[in-house]
Ligand binder design. Structure first.
Ligand code: MN
Length: 353
């Protein structure tokens, strides 16, 4: 075989590579589409305390479904409001808090690692017992597959990437508004393409969304270049209180008092962990925060030999190997330790004076 022939084969292999996300199959995407097709209403649901990936995938898939099935009403739902920083997304004002189910509904779950993260598991258990047709789209390893159609892609950096893969497999049109929502999720779950989960597939999805007209500068400005005064003051407290734990982690904590004093709400803590995680030589980083009688822990690591999901698991939490979290009932108790060490030789010196 000549070099030229070989080169041609390699080129062909690349151009016919079906999709960066090989784990989404046409069969899965088709099953999802059929579930929607048979429904008379679609309710799309994301997790509480939503991030860019949750809201991006929520609105992105909702607008795709609406465009594809104009006669089927689509509702978007989250127990918490869309954070201010994400309100630039087209359709953000349509995200509802209240949720009621009806016969004929189909559910779409996005970015939900487990049912309790919706905070609907107790008030609406029927959502999760598979009695209502549902499509579960997620990238958290260990997801219990609570949908009737489950599209779990743990190697995806964001749920938004999975939505892109589904749309492309089904040849659904990604408009610039939809692309803007989906690119937001890709950006936020990769920390602006800086986290270790930023694979070649992520860049390919970014390119695909930019070609679809995603408003990249709108996202960058809103998500990475805008910080309220209260947010900066809260981060100031986080940074000021960093200490090194005996386990070799950079740890900081914010109390209810810190939130009150700075006027920041809990969502404004998002992103501060990346600064704590910047301390060199640490095994991991952690921010503890108080929220309504609970202590939340957010964990990160830059190391391959540290699994913060396992650490969070010890406190009934979970997540990814390099980014995880937990929540426990309780409050933070400050602990300050002082130790007086007498310097050698100084005793005699002072005695002479
Ligand atoms: Mn996500």
């Amino acid at each position: 075989m000549t070099t030229l022939q070989l080169q041609l084969i390699v080129t062909l292999n690349i151009s016919f590579y079906p999709h960066p996300l090989m784990s989404v199959t046409l069969a899965d995407a088709t099953a999802a589409m059929e579930t929607i097709q048979k429904s008379s209403r679609v309710l799309v649901i994301c997790h509480r305390n939503p991030d860019g990936d949750a809201i991006g995938a929520l609105i992105g898939i909702a607008l795709l479904i609406e465009q594809q099935f104009p006669t089927i009403p689509v509702f978007m739902h989250c127990v918490d409001p869309v954070p201010e920083t994400l309100q630039f997304m087209p359709g953000a004002s349509r995200v509802l808090n209240a949720l009621t189910t009806k016969a004929g509904d189909a559910l779409v779950f996005v970015d939900i690692a487990e049912p309790k993260l919706t905070e609907l598991h107790e008030s609406h258990p029927q959502l999760f017992d598979k009695s209502i047709p549902s499509i579960m789209i997620d990238h958290h390893p260990g997801n219990p597959l609570f949908g009737t159609v489950n599209i779990l892609v743990p190697e995806a950096a964001s749920s938004c990437e999975i939505v892109v893969a589904i749309a492309d497999l089904l040849k659904w049109n990604i408009t610039n508004d939809i692309a803007t929502c989906l690119l937001t999720g890709v950006y936020t779950d990769t920390g602006g393409l800086l986290h270790s989960n930023t694979s070649a597939a992520v860049y390919r999805t970014v390119a695909r969304l930019l070609r679809a007209g995603a408003r990249q500068q709108l996202i960058v400005t809103a998500v990475f270049r805008t910080a309220k005064m209260s947010t900066l003051k809260l981060w100031g407290r986080v940074l000021e209180k960093i200490s090194v734990s005996s386990e070799g982690g950079a740890v900081s904590a914010v109390t209810e008092g810190d939130f009150r004093a700075t006027g920041a709400d809990h969502s404004e803590l998002a992103g501060a962990i990346d600064y704590v995680n910047a301390v060199p030589g640490m095994r991991f980083s952690m921010i503890l925060s108080e929220k309504g009688g609970k202590v939340k822990g957010s964990l990160r690591t830059l190391r391959d030999d540290v699994d913060v999901a396992a650490m969070a698991g010890k406190f009934s939490g979970g997540g990814h190997k390099k980014a995880a979290g937990f929540a426990l009932s309780g409050k933070l108790k400050p602990e300050m330790r002082w130790k007086v060490v007498e310097e050698e030789g100084k005793k005699n010196a002072s005695a002479e004076n």
